[in-house]
Structures are given as C-alpha cells and as structure tokens.
Design a protein around this ligand. Sequence first.
Ligand SMILES: Nc1ncnc2c1ncn2[C@@H]1O[C@H](COP(=O)(O)OP(=O)(O)OP(=O)(O)O)[C@@H](O)[C@H]1O
Length: 580
Amino acid sequence: MYGIGSRSNRMLLTIQLALIALAALALSTGLVCVALFIDAVFSGDSALSGRYAIWIVVAFAVFAAADWPSEVISQNVGKEYILRIHELLANRAVELPLGFFDADRTGQLGVTATTGAVFAANAPGMMLRPIMHGATVAVVTSSYLLFIDWRIGLITLAVSIVAVISQRKLFAEYKAAEQIKAQHDQRTASQVLEFAQVQPVLRAAGSNSIGERSVRATMREQLLVLTRTQKAGQGVLARMNTILAFGVITIYAVTTTLLIAGQLTPGLFIGVIVLVFILAKLAAATIPFGEGLQLAHNTFEELRSVLDADLLPEPEAPATPADFSIEFDRVTFGYQTDDPVVRDVSFTVPSGTTTALVGPSGSGKSTLMKLAARFYDVDDGSVRIGGEDVRALGTRNVLDSIAIVFQDVYLFEDTLYENIRLGHRDASREAVLRAAEAAGVAEFAEALPQGFETIISEGGANLSGGQKQRVSIARALLKDAPVVLLDEATSSLDVTNEHHILTGLRQLAGNATTLVIAHRLHTIRDADQIVVLNPNGEVEAVGTHEELIVTNERYRGFWGERTDSSDWRISRESRSQRDL
Ligand SMILES: Nc1ncnc2c1ncn2[C@@H]1O[C@H](COP(=O)(O)OP(=O)(O)OP(=O)(O)O)[C@@H](O)[C@H]1O
C-alpha cells in the first residue's frame, strides 16, 4: 500500500529507501571504525589510528549527506499520501452503493481520512526511516564484525535478527489490540454525537435515563479497551527492551570470555563494548516507532477494505421503464446473511398514486424505501420500476427518476440558494425560487440577514428542523422527479412549519408515484393505499384507510394510538386549515 502515490512519488519513496540504506551503511562503517580506532590507539599504532580517524570523518559525512535529503524526501512522500488517500476515498465514495454509508462505515471513513491519513503521512519520515535505519545499522554492523572476529560477529548478528523478528511479531499482537480500540473509538464517537443531538429528549426523561446509562456504559467499556491497548503497547516495549538487554549481555559475555582467553586485544574489547552499547541505544530508540508504523498500516488496510468493497453490478445497456409504478415482488432482504429484515414482500404502487407504509419500529419500512432507491440489491425477489428490475435500470437511472425526502436532511456550508439548487444543478433562478416559494422556504428566507444568499452552516445548524425539512422538500420539488420517496418527520412541528411542509408535500406528491413512511394522520388518510407491515418484516395487509380500519387489528391499534395522542394536534391542524 506504500505505493498508492503517483509514479513520481513511488520513485521518490525508492530514492528515500536507497538513501536510508546508504546512510545506514555509512553509520555502520563509522561505528566499526570507532571500535577499530580505539583498538589502534591502545596498540599505539598512530598511523593506523590516523587512517581510521579519516574513515570515521568520511563515514559520518556520507551519513549526513544521505540522511538529510532522505528526511526532506520523506516529508514530500508523506504529504502526497494525505492527498492520495483523500482522492482515493473520494473517488470510491461516488462509486460505492449508498447502502455502504451506514453510521459505522461513515465513522470509519472519517477516521481513515483524518487521523489515519496523518499517521500514513508520517509513516515514511517519522517511523519507517528510523526503523529501517535501526534494523539496517544493526545487521550491517554485525556483518562487519564477522570480519573482525567471527564469534562476536555471529552472536551480534544472531541478536540483531532475533530483535528484528521479535519486533515484527510483537507489533502484530499490538495491531490486533489497536484494531479493537479503533472500532470502539468509532462506536463511542457516534454514540457521544447522538447523545449530544438527543439532549432535549434525554433531559426531558431525567437523569439516569436509558440513553445516559448506555453512553456511560460505552465510555466505561472504552476506558477498559484503552487501558488494555496501552498495556499491550507497554507490554510490547517492555518485552522488546528485555530481548535487547539479554542480547547485549550475551554479546558482552562472549567478548569478555574471549578477552580472558587472550583471544581479543584489550583495545578491541573496549572498542566492541562501546560499539555494542551505541548499537543497543540505537535499536532501543527505534522500538516505539513500531507502534506508530502499525497505526499507519491499519490506515492502509482500512483504505484497502474501502477500495475492495463490492460495487453493485451495473447493466451494460440500461433498460427504460415503461411508466413509474413501483413493484415489490416477493422481496426478501437482510443486512447480514441469513438474517432477513423484510420477507417475501409483495405490493405495487401504481404510477402516479401514493402508498403509505405503516408498521412497528424495526419492521423494515426504511429498508423497503432504500431497496426502491437501490441503496442495496435484494437477496431474493425483485424490485421493479415501470416493469423493469432496478438492477436492469442501473443505479444512475433509478436515482435520476427519484426524489428522496428523508428525515435526516443534510445541508452544506453554502448559501441557502445553492442548497436548494442541489436538487437540480441546471435549474434556472426562477425555478429555484419557485420551488423555494412552494416549500415555504421563501417565507423564512426573508427573515435571514442575506435572504437566499445567507450562508447555511455545515449540517444546517443555524436552521430549525422544520426549516431544514422545507429546504429538503424544495430540493425535491426542483428535481421534479416522477417517483418520490418520503420519510415523514416523526417529531412534532410548529403550526407554521407543519402548514408549509404539508403544502410542499402535497405539491411534491402531485402526479408522482409516492411511497411514504407515514407518521401523520392526514398522509395516512389521503393515501391511495396503505401497506401494513408486521414486526417480522412481512406484509400483513394492504388496503385503504376505510378498509383497514375495519379489517385489520394492527392498523386499528396503530390508528387509535395516533388519534389518541394527537387529539390536540388534530384540533390544531383543523384550526390552522380554517385560518388559511
Ligand atoms: N444499515 C443497517 N445495518 C444493519 N441493520 C440495519 C441497518 N439498517 C437497519 N437495520 C435493521 O433492520 C431492521 C429494519 O430497520 P428499518 O430501519 O428498515 O425499520 P423501520 O420500520 O423503518 O424502523 P423505524 O420505524 O424505527 O424507523 C431493524 O432491525 C434495524 O436494526
């Protein structure tokens, strides 16, 4: 994955690796010359010690000449990693099926694109460089020692190889702990975000509510995982330091034995002791970098999993729908294999009519909407628009013919005008303003400081929920699509918002084929047909309000609950209608 950059970046990375190798070779030569210099000084050979002194100066000069540019190059290679990771993620994001972007995946993409990309950018310079340096210097210096004294060389080489292998093995263990931590980080982040968003509800429920307890439990678990990961990291460092310490003691023991046996000169003995001491220091300094390098590897792996994620198959010659009816034909689908959330669902929304979906929470209403928009492909059966399977129409065709108004409206940091124009990029100014008028956006735009040119903050934080939904309806009206998928707001709206949204939605449904997850009484009553789902994700009944209220127990209960809890809303609704 280090080769994700452009050709020139890959070449730079190769040059960097070559420079690291050269710097490591020069440093090893310098260090061995220090040992030989000490030996020469002890033996009183001034000519030889002079020659070694020159070698030492040359070796360290080469080291500096190779090391500095390798650092500069590594920074450039790292910068391109950030750009490339963002480019690859962005390119892939527009190809992936919309169903890919659930909360966990979106969190994971966010982490990969931010902290992950920074770790990857730091990998060549701050981590790869010192690690390669440490490992190369250890192995090259030991090889040199083989020529000076094969026994010392052999034992130093053995210790170096054991240290390099142990480092790889131990950091693989740490990687597993870090991956678990990353998953928990994502889960905690999304839960805390959700916790902040639902504060009004939680505060109304009082302290120690289910939401509060579940966030506390997640945080406690997060703390445990963090402690476990830190322990794993510290354990790796401690074990690596122990391996190094044993290695150094073994080399010292062999060297001392050779000295006592008279097989090593005192000068060389001191030289080797100094050399091994410096080597051990160098090796110990590289160990913590393994942790960072592992995190960079995790980023590359996550990137790989996004790049390798399955795309939906697209037809070579997309079919054309005969009309804009929507047909679910024995549809079965689950997010996990062998765990369907909708089962054997069959019903048809005739072209130009409105069908309301009702059913308990989790019965699969949103899932059916997403299948109609081809966020996912069905496991069994078929979803057809105008008689053609959505797989034969192709995702582009399907999305072009659909306007979606879901509850979670996202607004971009741009003007109010541009946020509406997103519904149809080529629309004229008149068309945008017409849609804004029809959805009741014009009414609140007048009160904003720069009207339609007011910048909406990221996510639409400076608009109310009802206003955001009006923008979303304006977008959909502007798109003027023949099929409308609508998830009505569950939260209560004030009279003004309710009135504008109701008017906008009526206009939106107009002559379009509309599939709506209905929460509001008027939508259910006005629908041409209602599909009742049971908790198993099966169709329990299909009919009009008048039919179902007589024939279906579940629907009667559902309607009863709504009217009981909405008595005050119905009277308010009728009052606001009267006022018009
Ligand atoms: N992206 C997903 N990954 C895994 N499971 C999911 C996903 N989305 C929904 N589910 C599960 O599928 C089932 C049906 O969910 P769905 O949102 O379609 O129901 P719903 O009837 O719209 O519920 P609600 O009225 O509460 O919005 C639920 O058990 C839900 O937990």
